[in-house]
Design a protein around this ligand. Structure first.
Ligand SMILES: C[S@@+](CC[C@H](N)C(=O)[O-])C[C@H]1O[C@@H](n2cnc3c(N)ncnc32)[C@H](O)[C@@H]1O
Length: 441
């Protein structure tokens, strides 16, 4: 581990790389003011890596410069930070502040019906934590994060929902360990325990979303909002495969169908069936823009029931990570039921072996996704080999082809082909086994 001075030098050298590129390309400097863009500017891979190194070094410096007990205090106090920001969202505070304006605590307190001094105390903590801003004493305005609530309502609703769910769920992880120490029963997830209604049986996340229409709506917003982030962008799905090679695609667990819409925009010959649970399908049908109607259809299909649609390709984005191994295998077995020789399966997920372990922010994203998936669903983040083993033990007829991980993407795409009659001898392109595959044969 480098010392503070070495880390400071890394930051200084990498800052030079970033500043040089920003100046050359006329990119404005990073800013947290309310009119700053949500997304980072498009930069070269060298500049992107320099930004990642700066962020990693800054995290390490902060850790080195904080005594261990204080560090743990800071960590558990994050719960108050999150609780405070969530409470302000619950009160509707970020919706009551106009962009390019500030408002006095007095006026704001009257609108959201809470004591002025109490409101000011919570806003000041939130602002110190990076949400809202106090431009002058006694007044509050937006910064770049809180401005999202005025600029993009769909993303704001999804974020607000995320704050609520995370806070309740995280507190039940210990109880989930007690109920299912193997971590494989989706009915015993921290989420299920935290959402149990008095006297009612435990239900899974997906059962609840199906039962509560408001949650189903928020969930679809969350998925669409997440797909807007650079590292999860649809551009990576578009570039992961030569989509001219197929005509029909089943978007399994496709939610509002945003993956299909992105592909449909770029490849005009493609037709899609988006499958999901009944409530999700009903919502998606309503929100589908007219221009897609002849090419994208929706239907209810349970991931665990035999697939009925025969298509050239089956796309599973963010499906497998929500399930423990035995259930994930069942999903693959169900898919095989309708597949013809040569059909493709794509698994679009974060892979543990893609993680840059030298970059704290990327490691945290992977570790956090892994734990979030366990806490919500008893799912997990897997490595490429774990996925290949899982798919091939589900059905030997799936042949692993390759992994695509477009630059800048945090998700990979694993491509498999369904081979109806496995070749007897393994010569030639059709029958050849990749080294990884041989390990599982
Ligand atoms: C994490 S979301 C992924 C959505 C979309 N593929 C994306 O990338 O944004 C998982 C989806 O699986 C759907 N789902 C969950 N259980 C299902 C089941 N048993 N059968 C069909 N769909 C299911 C959910 O409704 C949800 O839309």
């Amino acid at each position: 581990m480098s010392g503070i001075k070495d880390l400071a030098e890394v930051i200084s050298e990498d800052a030079d790389i970033v500043i040089k590129e920003f100046e050359e390309k006329n990119i404005p400097d990073f800013s947290w003011s309310e009119d700053a863009p949500f997304a980072f500017p498009k930069v070269s891979p060298e500049c992107y890596e320099a930004i990642q190194r700066i962020s990693a070094a800054a995290v390490r410096i902060q850790r080195l410069a904080t005594p261990p007990v204080n560090f743990l205090h800071m960590l558990h106090d994050k719960c108050y930070e999150i609780g405070a920001i969530k409470a302000l969202m619950d009160l509707g505070v970020p919706y009551e502040i106009f962009l390019q304006n500030d408002i006095s605590y007095e006026d704001l307190a009257r609108i959201v019906r809470i004591d002025k001094d109490l409101l000011a105390r919570y806003v000041r903590l939130a602002a110190a934590a990076g949400f809202l801003f106090e431009p002058r004493p006694g007044f509050v305005s937006h910064n770049v994060t809180s401005a999202i609530f005025m600029k993009d309502r769909r993303t704001a609703h999804a974020l607000h929902w995320g704050f609520k769910e995370a806070l309740i769920t995280a507190s039940e992880i210990s109880e989930s360990f007690k109920m299912d120490p193997t971590g494989r029963n989706p009915y015993c997830s921290a989420w299920s325990i935290s959402h149990r209604e008095r006297g009612e049986a435990l239900e899974t996340y997906w059962q609840r979303i199906e039962r509560v229409p408001e949650d189903a709506k928020q969930y679809q917003s969350l998925m669409v909002a997440t797909a807007k982030l650079e590292q999860y962008s649809m551009e990576h799905v578009i570039s992961c495969f030569d989509w001219r090679l197929v005509n029909t695609v089943v978007d399994c667990g496709g939610c509002p169908g945003h993956v299909s819409m992105a592909l449909a925009d770029r490849f005009h010959h493609l037709k899609f069936v988006v499958q999901d649970l009944p409530q999700a399908v009903a919502l998606a049908r309503k929100s589908l823009p007219k221009r897609y109607k002849s090419r994208i259809t929706f239907e209810h299909n349970d991931l665990f029931k035999s697939q009925r649609v025969t298509a050239d390709a089956y796309f599973y984005r963010w499906i497998m990570h929500s399930w423990p191994d035995d259930l994930a295998r069942e999903i693959m077995r169900a898919a095989a039921k309708a597949m013809n020789h040569g059909a493709k399966i794509f698994i679009n997920e974060m892979l543990m072996d893609d993680v840059d372990w030298d970059c704290e922010s990327i490691e945290m994203e992977a570790r956090m996704t892994d734990i979030r998936m366990h806490a919500l669903h008893m799912g997990r983040v897997r490595s490429m080999d774990e996925y290949i083993a899982l798919v091939r033990t589900a059905d030997k007829r799936f042949r692993f082809e390759r992994k695509h991980c477009p630059p800048g993407s945090l998700l990979s795409v694993l491509e498999f082909t369904f081979i109806e009659f496995p070749p007897v001898d393994s010569a030639g392109t059709d029958g050849s086994l990749t080294p990884v595959q041989e390990d599982y044969d």
